[in-house]
Design a protein around this ligand. Sequence first.
Ligand code: ATP
Ligand code: MG
Ligand code: MG
Ligand code: MG
Length: 473
Amino acid sequence: MRTADIRSRYLDYFAERGHTVVPSAPLPTPDPTLLFVNAGMVPFKPYLTGEDLAPWNRATSVQKCVRTLDIEEVGVTTRHGSFFQMNGNFSFGDYFKEEAIAYAWELSTAESGYGLDPDRIWVTVHHTDDESREIWRRVAGLPNDRIVARGDEDNFWSMGVPGPCGPCSELYYDRGPALGRAGGPEVDEDRYMEFWNLVFMQYERGDGPGKSGYPILGELPRRNIDTGMGLERMATLLQGVDNLYEIDETRPILDRAADLTGTRYGAAQEDDVRLRVVADHVRTALMLLADGTAPGNEGRGYVLRRILRRAVRAVRLLGHQDPALPELLPVARDCMSPSYPELVAEFDRISQQAYGEEDAFRTTLKQGTVVLDTAVAEARAEGVRTLPGAKVFQLHDTYGFPIDLTLEMAAEQGVEVDREGFTTLMNEQRERARADARARKTGSGDTTALRSVLDANGPTDWQAWTTLETESR
Ligand code: ATP
Ligand code: MG
Ligand code: MG
Ligand code: MG
């Protein structure tokens, strides 16, 4: 089944059951705790917290998501995309556990739904949630040994602030012994792939530290349902492919990258990971650009810049030195435009931004790589395995090499980086800039030298980008 059909089957199923179809919100979100929407419930948060009254009792959507926390997983696991689509059905004070479980089960297993083999489905429940266990047994006929109890870390949902919270229940599919070890999702989450998460917002929580340390104040007066089914994960299952990057919405990009670089997919693990990264990242960049994020040095723009640069670097490492995005981005557009027709109309703008970023990066790379390679050779000659902070700072300051790129490239050559030394120099530079700004306010001091550095590189956020986002589920 094509991904576009899995999507429409989901929306149709829930529309027939009284759910209003709500379009996806754009990826960049006004939510102050996030850079991008990272789950289907994000646009519905005010309704789920009770801050606003939902205009419907039931809704369904296919929400575009970007999870920066998953970027490093891409291509390494079989199931994490940096961009993915989360199908969801929501109840705002309407139906609860029984219906949510029955819907998920029916749509997953019925022939008119996704037709998954019911004997290969495992579920998890929160260890306190006997009610859900009983429903799974009764509604789905699941045996007890395929209903796994889990603790707060995996199966209790909350927003990290006082308010609604509750247990969740996840559905997993056993993809068979070729993909990993037996024993259920506790043993192997690649073989037993999670494809749907049902969140039962049942309790009201007070204030307190930690994820599980909060006092439960009592049952909510209006209980909600929030579910998320990974569209690409369902496509992986239904298209019988090994991983997320081989489904119809990404495989053509992967194949084009393999052609372009003369790489045979499936021949060598390291190359395979790179090809998957290219397929994933090019699609993510396309979707981010389409929603109005532009490459930049901070926040959202920086995430996009890193994604584009990682894709371009992966193609280079696979052996193709010429511009790659003009070959790959149109393929991604053709993969995604059946579900997102606006990509066609917007493609001129999107591609100009993407190609411009690749050109700028190529220039940076050309200059910086020489400096980096020399520094690595010098370090080796001196018998040290760490690049000095001053060199890393110079790469950043003079050649526009972000620290994460230096880290990545140094690691590829088996060399470490003196991060502390680099941080000290960065802080000194910031301090100089601040002092300079103060001096400018009082009308003294020559700022020209520092301005050019700032203009060329912008302010630098070199922290690992995992700190850029707070996951909310
Ligand atoms: P996992 O444990 O596999 O990382 P998760 O528990 O973090 O998944 P949820 O937050 O429960 O995922 O999201 C709901 C659903 O969205 C998941 O059941 C899965 O189908 C899908 N999903 C989550 N993260 C990704 C991702 N990075 N790429 C593709 N699909 C995803
Ligand atoms: Mg996860
Ligand atoms: Mg999980
Ligand atoms: Mg989950």
